[in-house]
Design a binder for this molecule. Structure first.
Ligand code: NAD
Length: 482
């Protein structure tokens, strides 16, 4: 079965005002299959004119006038249709992103879950009454921003669209979505499904294209009232500057260098799959990847040996072979990852996974690599590599572990592995991070759990109810009635 069999929409078009339209500039871009380097499809090279049309359609759509109950029902229906198409969506995402089919399937199920969660939440968010002076009644209303812009990356398109566009639609906002030029098929599929579920025209518009063209046009557009950006720190800075020109709020979900701290009293067998999987899932191209493993000296030899054995058993190959790890997204991403490791001392390599012989020549394969004995200031322990590379850092005391954990520019996710309850509580408070896991690690999961960063990991919260506060504006009404 080829990817083309799963394309029931035209991938070379934009989706604007409920219609599939060719980009105004008439140009298309090549979409590559990272598993073998072949062209999957031609996608629209959208630009300023298309973003203009999308913003206009979003402003004039009827979505904002629907009741919360009606919105919730449509979002829930989208979730049901996503579930019915899980296999097609999984194949599209696997071909487009290069992730193993089982991961792509989990992402499709997560997209459905976002729609179910937000569909159920739509009529449960409300304002409050505030006791005030005698003769007054004061209450607050939660209102939509209006038109929201969503710029998403290529690593988890379905999950990120679910949390970003899903949250915005819940609160009655319209959305203009700019998917990544490297992977945008499921964004278009999602628009087709949403339309089938009854989402009115204009509520969701999709303009594929290059970041510096369609993305820049969207982030600087005067009719966009809120921007959600998920991607790199460098582009996040540009987005925040563009939003500042129009004085609109932004949510920035950026990178990470997330640590897992393993103490001597931890259950190592329970920790092991989380320690490794959080580093190699999606070939390490996960914002919340755990690329630093802090290990207390007394268990250092034992745990590094356990992790090394697991690394050696990992198989890397094409997405459709559904192995442990797929290719990186592009030749460029492979160059970036190789650039980082080329500066590292090969003597610190503890283990590497293997790429299967049948992996096609044109694929962008990089074997997951485990480094040990890494200094906390080493570039491997400081920079977000965005590839399947983990650095193990030894430590002696809790204070030292905390200092290392907090010793990067990022703060997205962290985990603590220990049976000591007091230590769990102390560290959960002291770690600078948007999420802290105790005796588990939730890379990417948890629709219900507020997610976001501190420091260079960004600001604002996605997921859960918390995201819905960000996707709405609070209005205070003070009535004087004597
Ligand atoms: P990227 O910043 O290059 O691209 C992300 C999106 O921004 C794409 O849609 C791209 O087209 C667009 N873009 C690029 N230049 C732009 C510009 N000048 N103006 C407007 N839009 C522009 O990031 P990437 O390489 O695609 O993704 C990797 C990064 O994303 C990593 O740093 C990773 O940590 C981060 N990420 C974070 C999260 C999170 O939730 N925190 C999730 C996934 C990825």
């Amino acid at each position: 079965m080829s990817v083309q069999d799963d394309l029931w929409f035209d991938p070379s078009k934009c989706f604007i005002a409920g219609k599939w339209v060719a980009p105004a500039g008439g140009e298309t871009l090549s979409l590559e299959n990272p598993s073998d380097g072949s062209e999957i499809a031609r996608i629209a090279r959208g630009g300023r004119t298309d973003v203009d049309a999308a913003a206009h359609a979003a402003m004039n759509g009827e979505w904002g006038r629907k009741t919360a109950l009606e919105r919730g029902r449509i979002l829930t229906r989208i979730g049901q249709l996503v579930l019915e198409r899980v296999d097609e969506l999984a194949r599209l995402e696997a071909a487009d992103v290069g992730k193993p089919l089982k991961q792509a399937r989990a992402d499709a199920v997560a997209l459905a879950r976002y729609m179910e969660f937000y569909g159920g939440a739509a009529d449960k968010i409300h304002g409050e009454t505030i006791p005030y002076l005698d003769g007054y009644t004061v209450y607050t209303l939660r209102e939509p921003h209006g038109v929201t812009g969503h710029i998403v990356p290529w690593n988890y398109p379905m999950q990120i669209i679910g949390r970003s566009v899903g949250g915005a639609l819940t609160m009655g906002n319209a959305a203009v979505l700019k998917p990544a030029e490297e992977a945008c098929l499921t964004a278009l599929a999602f628009a087709a499904i949403a339309q089938e579920a009854g989402l009115p025209e204009g509520a969701l518009n999709v303009v594929p294209g290059l970041g510096e063209e369609a993305g820049a046009a969207l982030s600087s557009h005067p009719d966009i009232n809120h921007i959600s950006f998920t991607g790199s720190v460098g582009v996040g800075v540009l987005i925040q500057k563009a939003a500042a020109e129009n004085i609109v709020p932004v949510t920035l979900e950026l990178g990470g260098k997330s640590p897992q701290i393993v103490f001597e009293d931890a259950d190592l067998d329970a920790a092991l799959p989380f320690l490794v999987n959080a580093g190699v899932q999606n070939a390490g191209q996960t914002c919340s990847a755990s690329s630093r493993i802090l290990v207390q000296r007394g268990i250092y030899d034992k745990l590094t040996a356990m992790m090394a054995e697991r690394y050696r058993a990992l198989k890397v190959g094409p997405a459709m072979a559904d192995l442990d790890v797929g290719p990186l997204i592009s030749a460029r991403q492979k160059e970036i990852v190789e650039g980082f490791v080329s500066h590292a001392d090969p003597a610190h390599i503890l283990a590497q996974a293997s790429v299967v012989d049948s992996a096609p020549e044109g694929g962008h394969y990089f074997p997951p690599t485990l480094y040990g004995g890494i200094d906390p200031d080493d570039p491997l322990a400081q920079n977000e590599i965005f590839g399947p590379v983990q650095a193990i850092i030894p430590f002696d005391t809790e204070a030292e572990a905390l200092k290392i954990a907090n010793g990067t520019a990022y703060g997205l996710v962290a985990s603590i592995w220990t049976r000591d309850g007091a230590r769990q509580m102390r560290l959960a408070k002291a770690i600078k991070s948007g999420q802290v896991f105790i005796n588990n690690y939730g890379a990417g999961g948890g629709v219900e759990l507020p997610f976001g960063g501190v420091g260079k990991s960004g600001h604002g919260r996605a997921k859960g109810f918390e995201a819905l506060y960000g996707f709405s504006v609070l209005k205070t009404v003070a009535a004087h009635h004597g």
